[in-house]
Design a protein around this ligand. Structure first.
Ligand SMILES: Nc1ncnc2c1ncn2[C@@H]1O[C@H](COP(=O)(O)OP(=O)(O)OP(=O)(O)O)[C@@H](O)[C@H]1O
Length: 311
């Protein structure tokens, strides 16, 4: 996973009116990876995708895709990029199969009914191929968007909030489908509000807010770097002080001394090991406790923390 497919440097977008939607963004995505761009509403995710797909004109910076500078070599790079937008804007009266075949033609590729059939079947759209898009359910419309984006067999696929507003079952199907596309060698960049989605699917996660990339890392090292463990040990009798022998651990007393709280570790298991040491010490010292509640931070906790910190 070393070959860069997309290299973005110092990318800035100021919209007329003065809003800076992208602020000096650097980002490199490698061949074959699933990259999730995670950020709250208005963070700049759609603008970033739009800049790569030629829908938004950057105010500054460079974008290279497949080794070509998009400013000078846009057409050949764009033909290898697919975009699944958030919403279907055209084609409502068109039949599914024709709309998908048309998308392929837009990129100058020869018609290939067998390929279109394969795409429609893989998205469970084959039975609906003769239906008008407007007659489909929301979930099926979303599948049509994906089929249209895959029709010209892109090497790099952008999915802008692929599962926003879809039910749990369809979300699972989407995840499966994205996994299958990756197996076929497609590099995937998806935007999402759903931490669960980034956690489940992505190899690497970029967190964006106010047009700035706050952090890019693979999930495991993000958790190691920013993760922590929290535990509440419920004492049988309230403690007045933390025993001296436990002073090296990140402990506090709350709930009138009934709760001995631990907050520390680094997401690598250290926190749990330290909580075990604390309870062992309590047992040896004859200090009784009646329960332990222990929890490792999730990517969600990390995301919320980062976004709040930068607010
Ligand atoms: N055409 C435009 N003109 C002016 N401002 C715009 C335009 N498009 C987007 N913006 C603003 O740029 C900022 C970034 O918007 P963008 O749609 O890129 O965010 P996003 O992260 O995709 O948000 P969401 O998750 O809500 O889709 C927002 O403040 C938005 O209002």
């Amino acid at each position: 996973m070393t070959q860069p497919i997309l290299e973005i440097a110092n990318l800035t977008k100021k919209y007329p009116g003065g809003l800076t939607a992208l602020d000096d963004v650097d980002l490199t995505v490698h061949k074959g990876e699933i990259f999730a761009l995670l950020g709250p509403n208005g963070a700049g995710k759609t603008t970033l995708i739009g800049a790569v797909c030629g829908l938004v004109r950057p105010s500054g910076g460079t974008i290279r895709a497949f080794g070509h500078d998009l400013a000078t070599n846009w057409r050949s790079a764009r033909a290898r990029i697919g975009l699944v937008p958030q919403e279907l804007s055209t084609d409502m009266f068109e039949q599914v199969q024709r709309a998908v075949a048309y998308s392929r033609g837009l990129f100058g590729l020869p018609a290939d009914p067998a390929r279109i059939e394969e795409i429609l079947r893989s998205l469970s759209l084959w039975d609906k191929r003769k239906e008008q898009i407007r007659a489909l359910s929301g979930g099926m419309k979303r599948r049509v968007l994906i089929a249209k984006a895959l029709a010209h067999e892109p090497d790099l696929l952008f999915l802008d909030e692929p599962t926003a507003g879809v039910d749990v079952e369809l979300r699972r199907d989407m995840w499966k489908l994205i996994g299958e596309m990756r197996e076929r060698g497609v590099t995937i960049i998806l935007t999402t509000h759903y931490i669960e989605e980034a956690e489940e699917m992505a190899d690497r996660v970029g967190i964006i807010r106010n047009g700035k990339i706050l952090m890019v890392d693979d999930k495991a090292s993000m958790m190691r770097r920013l993760g922590s463990t929290e535990a509440v040990i419920e004492m049988k009798q309230p403690l007045t002080d933390i025993p001296d022998a436990l002073s090296k651990y990140p402990l506090t007393l709350t709930a009138g001394g009934i709760h001995l709280r631990y907050r520390g570790g680094d997401g690598s298991g250290l926190g749990r090991a330290e909580v075990a040491q604390v309870t062992r010490h309590l047992a040896i010292s004859g200090i009784e406790y009646v329960g332990i509640d222990i929890r490792d931070s999730s990517l969600e906790d990390i995301f919320v923390g980062l976004v709040e910190e930068s607010a």
